[in-house]
Design a protein around this ligand. Structure first.
Ligand code: ADP
Length: 420
């Protein structure tokens, strides 16, 4: 048991063995306890409970390693620690070959009771100063035919019996079950935290890179302009074309950098959430797009009963500006028709931006939401291919979803669901 100290076996007036109902209540209690406790704390608590119920001053729970040859010493009951044992070596790997008779449960692959420890012929003898063992009960926990843990109790004033085996096995099993769940949850939380960290780092990186690219780009633009001015005679056709390419490239790069900067700021530099009246937001979108609407003779219809949602006002404005902007852009109709409508669902508000434009082939439905993914040449339709990625990221920051339905040549419907 790896403990040192003095044993003082006491009589505890608790009936040995537990009824099914008590065991169930104890299991439920442990599940509840596990919600707020760490792994060590949970195992210690489980040991405290079971040792008290089977009147045992000693209790320990050890993990059996996958090699089935070593144990990792894990936890002792509070009473064992306080009264008998220094619990040295917690977490250490411990060779089972060196262990005492208590490890018989692993060798025999079943629960073992040693009611008269003194008389055991094959006992190894306890290290000097080790707590005196009178009797013990040790049970293995199996998973896929392998032993994964053992729970031992010791020094009950009266002999251990089948009731004790049932109770200790039950709690050893239940504890392992909770340990497995907790470990899975902890792994999940760890990988979530790592993912969040790496996303944040990526955003920081994109922010720094795009921010730092602005300066050299400004130099390219201003020196190209200076060069143009410095040539006092008209430029020959080739030079003029080359200069135009440089200016055009620099303009495009500026647009891309600005869009990337915007994308990288969504999570880290967003504003606090507040009540956002979507009819007001859409009113602003209509106002800011008024010249494009007039120039393209677009009919923009907005449902006057759009809901109020909780969110980042500026970011939600950006979502609708991008979607309505696209609905106007990817449209060849004499009268492009764009509608913004709304359907309340149980826990969410579903908003739809619908157009009668060029439509999208179903095979591109996912792709268009990724950065730099465009379905057309820039000459055909200008753009950076970042607009929908920005929209998606904003919607996700609002714990919402976005998807598209479309028929090529007939028009598209972009749906956004926001929690109500
Ligand atoms: P951009 O508009 O700058 O090209 P987006 O990310 O906003 O970039 O859109 C990505 C692509 O999705 C567009 O290039 C276009 O092919 C397609 N798309 C987006 N909105 C529509 C729409 N309303 N109708 C048809 N195609 C669309």
């Amino acid at each position: 048991m790896s403990c040192t100290g003095n044993i003082a076996a006491e009589s505890i007036a608790v009936p040995s063995g537990l009824r099914d109902r008590d065991l169930l209540a104890l299991r439920l209690h442990l599940i509840e306890y596990a919600q707020v406790a760490g792994l060590d704390d949970l195992i210690r608590h489980a040991l405290d409970q079971i040792t008290e119920r089977v009147a045992s001053p000693i209790g320990f729970y050890h993990f059996v390693n996958a090699d089935q040859k070593t144990l990792s010493l894990q936890q002792w009951s509070t009473r064992t620690l306080n009264e008998f044992c220094q619990a040295k070596g917690k977490g250490l790997h411990y060779d089972m070959a060196e262990a005492g008779v208590w490890i018989d449960c692993v060798r025999e692959k079943k629960a073992v009771i040693h009611n008269d420890y003194e008389s055991l012929p094959n006992k190894k003898g306890l290290p000097e100063g080790h707590a005196k063992v009178i009797r013990e009960l040790v049970v293995p926990v199996f998973r896929n035919n392998k032993i994964v843990a053992i729970l031992g109790v010791g020094n009950k004033p009266t002999p251990y019996n089948q009731n004790d085996v049932t109770a200790v096995t039950d709690i050893a099993e239940a504890t392992w079950h909770i340990i497995e769940q907790k470990r899975t949850l902890e792994e999940l939380e760890k990988s979530n935290a790592a993912l969040e960290r790496s996303n944040r780092e990526l955003e920081e990186f994109a922010y720094i890179v795009s921010h730092d690219l602005q300066e050299p780009l400004r130099m390219v633009t201003s020196f190209t302009n200076l060069l143009k001015k410095k040539c006092d005679h008209p430029l020959d056709e080739d030079t003029q074309t080359y200069m135009d390419y440089i200016t055009d490239g620099a303009d495009r790069m500026k647009q891309l950098i600005e869009a990337l900067l915007q994308l990288s700021r969504i999570t880290t530099k967003g504003s606090d959430f507040e009540d956002v009246h979507l009819n007001e937001t859409l009113g602003n979108v209509r106002h800011d797009l008024q010249f494009r609407l007039a120039k393209t003779s677009t009919l923009l219809e907005i449902d006057p009963t759009l809901p109020t949602v909780t969110g980042d006002k500026n970011q939600l404005y950006q979502v609708f500006l991008n979607l309505v902007g696209n609905a106007i852009k990817f449209n060849h109709n004499e009268v492009p028709h764009v509608t913004v409508s709304y359907k309340p669902e149980k826990d969410e508000n579903i908003l739809c931006i619908s157009d009668n434009g060029i439509g999208i082939d179903a095979k591109h439905f996912d792709r268009i939401f990724s950065v730099f993914q465009r379905l057309h040449a820039r000459k055909e339709y200008p753009g950076t291919g970042i607009g929908l990625s920005i929209v998606k990221k904003i919607v996700e920051r609002h714990h919402g979803r976005i998807w598209v339905e479309s028929v090529l040549g007939k028009g598209s419907q972009f749906y956004i669901s926001l929690p109500s």
